[in-house]
Ligand binder design. Structure first.
Ligand SMILES: [Mg+2]
Length: 281
């Protein structure tokens, strides 16, 4: 069976507006080998076209069908929970587009769902409206629960912060669709037509990319070019199959050859320390 990749973007392909070295050549190599891949992002703000444009600006050629966002996963999920339902949205372009495409009406009264995505345009008044709606029975959905990195200059508040406000004000817990939710992980794989065992997720964040991959049985590669740092990996009760400094250091031949689950397991039986030892050698 063909092997394929789900690839996180922020922290793997780029950092802010900077290309991470090796990401462009890695994608070119996947295309040359005709290996299926999907860019997988929790950011719900952008449409697939926006993502393609951003990648083009960094020198990476991609098509809209190579992109899967938490906004797309949320639209897919809601259409199956309640076909042709209605939503009140705290969010922007990518999320609004996806809900529309999945047959949803965007309303300002009596919605079936309150849906929260990244955004800078909603007001406290809108948050108050959402609280009223949830207290009246609307279900609370988050496109993801990414935390803020809590560092200066970071312009994205992180949906977890917004959702916490709504949860606190209503006593209702949100359901999150994006990584690490198996909903998004599984739909992404189905989109590529891959078998679970042939799917590898590459990401920079233990709590989303790697946890999500492990929960659904994919192989996992952590890059150290983003959120998760080598010195913190021991705090997790789970380990990725492989840790690399960045995509530049990922030996595709070796990975494809190695991506026999039994072999991986044997090699990394010492957990992440074993993997790191391999990385250092
Ligand atoms: Mg990331």
């Amino acid at each position: 069976m063909t092997k394929g990749f789900l690839i996180d973007m922020d922290g793997v392909i780029y950092s802010g507006n900077e290309l991470i070295p090796g990401a462009d050549t890695f994608i070119v190599e996947l295309k040359r080998r005709k290996l299926p891949f999907l860019f997988l992002t929790n950011n719900s703000q952008r449409t697939p076209r926006d993502v393609v444009n951003k990648l083009a600006g960094l020198g990476i050629e991609a098509e809209e069908e190579n992109v899967f966002t938490s906004a797309m996963a949320t639209g897919w999920f809601l259409a199956r929970q309640k076909p042709y339902g209605s939503a009140y949205v705290l969010g922007e372009g990518g999320l609004l587009t996806s809900l529309h495409e999945n047959g949803y009406s965007l309303v300002t009264q009596d919605p079936d769902f309150v849906v929260v995505g990244e955004g800078r345009n909603f007001t406290l008044e809108m948050v108050n409206n959402a609280v009223e709606m949830i207290l009246s029975g609307a279900k609370l959905i988050a496109t993801n629960l990414d935390p803020s990195p809590k560092k200066k200059g970071w312009t994205n508040l992180g949906i977890k912060a917004i959702v916490s406000m709504l949860e606190e004000a209503t006593g209702v817990k949100a359901f999150s669709v994006g990584k690490p939710s198996p909903v998004m992980m599984r739909v992404a794989r189905k989109k590529l037509g891959l078998a679970t065992v042939d799917t590898t997720i590459i990401g920079d964040t233990m709590d989303t990319d790697i946890l999500g991959g492990i929960q659904v049985g994919y192989q996992t590669i952590l890059t150290l070019t983003g959120v998760s740092k080598k010195e913190n990996l021991h705090k997790y009760a789970f380990s990725p199959d492989l840790v690399v400094h960045g995509l530049m250091d990922l030996d595709l031949d070796e990975w494809l050859k190695d991506s026999n689950p039994a072999k991986i397991k044997a090699e990394s039986k010492n957990g992440v320390n074993g993997v790191l030892a391999k990385l250092a050698s």
